[in-house]
Design a protein around this ligand. Structure first.
Ligand code: UDX
Length: 430
């Protein structure tokens, strides 16, 4: 099928590449001329495992192309996906100006029936507004359907998530676009659920908020584990084996971050408020998440006492493994807080160091993880990169001023660390 995707961020670019991979002809549109140039030349603006190969092979096969022109994209495809950012406003509500702008651009370019698919994360009822806008600005009077098709991909696993989705959600108002959307998603062999548009829009915010809630729940349980001598990983395994609960997203940590959970939680709270409901449960999720960072910092300062002039090694800057994304990263927050206390930092991340430089200009970036501990009073693990489990601990103990390790992601075994001579503090474990 001929498909156009407007916006080449994480969602748009990966969606475009995966649609092309299964045989559709895809045009990706972006207003950023330099980004389009980079993509046309075979460059990829983000780190996402598997994406570069996918883009290159599909461009070479003639199924994937990039342009600045919304008009070209709209003229050449019957289905147009909107995948532009929906950033937070100061009060937690969602900035929908990019969506509105794209809706007008599409309307201006439409001369025949189009299916306009919203893939961006938007508040419930946005579909109605997009439809109203297109109707108002479409001079040709062409017919169209606006539908909602939220994306559930995780950064770092985006290609895998898109190629093998748990489910595809499509919110429609009429039957007219249903068959075409079935054909778009048929090659993915995933269950498709068709809903009304409001439900599809709500599903996205409700899903992300629930996952954030799950993490805050286990983080709250980790507090009880610390107070009682229990082990949060064993508790998570024990409750996670109940199929109704599930083990995933029950890893206690120094808190969740990233460009989705914090933003979507605030948005969902705001949306609820506008619909007349005070979603106190989600406010508590936010509170627990903030507390978790405070508690971790307290562990560091209780052990090191004064942080001024302490040399601390930090492993991990990205908000999670497998990405170079540092937006709303708990690791960056932690570094900034340690710097504020006067500590000096030696930091390493397998992918995120370039992006971190803009927000952490005054730290020492170290080229390999095993050199980070040199001369440090303590090392902190802030991101769950699996490679950190291979840290040369014998060497670290020898080159550190004091062998103290704070593990915000529970990557090591406390008993083993103790037997190696470390003072080791993790989350929710004795
Ligand atoms: C999330 C959703 O998972 C995805 O479906 C949606 O489309 C976008 O938002 P993403 O932000 O890429 O994806 O990351 P995710 O893997 O969900 O992790 C979010 C944060 O939670 C990270 O900071 C991660 O480290 C943290 N986390 C995750 C935990 O602290 N514990 C866990 O058990 C799982």
């Amino acid at each position: 099928m001929k498909l156009t995707i407007i916006g080449t961020g994480y969602v748009g670019l990966v969606t475009g590449a995966c649609f092309a991979e299964v045989g559709h002809e895809v045009i990706c549109v972006d207003s950023d001329a330099s980004k389009v140039k980079l993509l046309q030349a075979g460059g990829i603006p983000i780190f996402e495992p598997g994406l570069e190969d996918l883009v290159k092979s599909n461009v070479a096969a003639g199924r994937l192309s990039f342009t600045n022109s919304t008009r070209e994209g709209v003229e050449k495809s019957a289905i147009v996906f909107i995948a532009v950012p929906t950033p937070p406003l100061a009060d937690g509500a969602v900035d929908l100006s990019f969506i509105e702008g794209v809706a007008r651009d599409i309307a201006n370019s439409m001369t025949s029936y189009k299916i306009v698919v919203d893939k961006s994360t938007v508040p419930v009822k946005t579909g109605d507004k997009v439809a109203e806008t297109i109707k108002r600005y479409c001079k040709s009077g062409a017919e169209f359907d606006v539908i909602s098709n939220p994306e559930f991909l995780r950064e770092g696993f985006a290609v895998e998530d898109l190629m093998h989705p748990d489910r595809v959600v499509i919110g429609v108002r009429s039957q007219r676009p249903v068959q075409a959307m079935r054909e778009v998603y048929e090659p993915f062999n995933a269950p498709i659920i068709f809903t009304d548009i409001n439900s599809a829009e709500l599903i996205k915010h409700a899903a992300n908020s629930f996952l954030a809630l799950k993490i805050s729940y286990i983080n709250a349980v980790s507090i009880l584990c610390e107070a009682s001598g229990a082990n949060v990983q064993e508790v998570a395994n024990g409750i996670g084996m109940d199929a109704r609960i599930g083990r995933r997203f029950l890893d206690a940590s120094l808190g969740f971050g990233g460009s989705c959970f914090p933003k979507d939680l605030s948005a969902f709270i705001k949306i609820s408020e506008q619909l007349g409901y005070d979603f106190g449960l989600l406010k508590e999720v936010q509170k627990i998440n903030a507390q978790q960072m405070e508690r971790f910092l307290k562990k560091i300062s209780d052990t090191l006492w004064v942080l001024k002039d302490k040399k601390i090694g930090v492993l991990g800057l990205a908000f999670k493994q497998n990405t170079d994304d540092v937006r709303m990263s708990p690791a960056i927050d932690l570094c900034q807080r340690l710097l504020k206390e006067g500590a000096t930092l030696r930091v390493y991340d397998p992918e995120a160091m370039e992006k971190a430089k803009a927000v952490l200009p005054t730290v020492t970036y170290v080229a390999d993880m095993n050199s980070v501990p040199e001369g440090c009073d303590a090392v902190v693990i802030a991101t769950e990169w699996p490679v950190f489990k291979k840290l040369d601990l014998e060497r670290a103990r020898k080159v550190m001023t004091h062998p103290i390790l704070f593990d915000g992601r529970n990557l090591f075994d406390p008993k083993e660390m103790e037997s190696l001579g470390f003072i080791y503090k993790s989350i929710g474990r004795p």
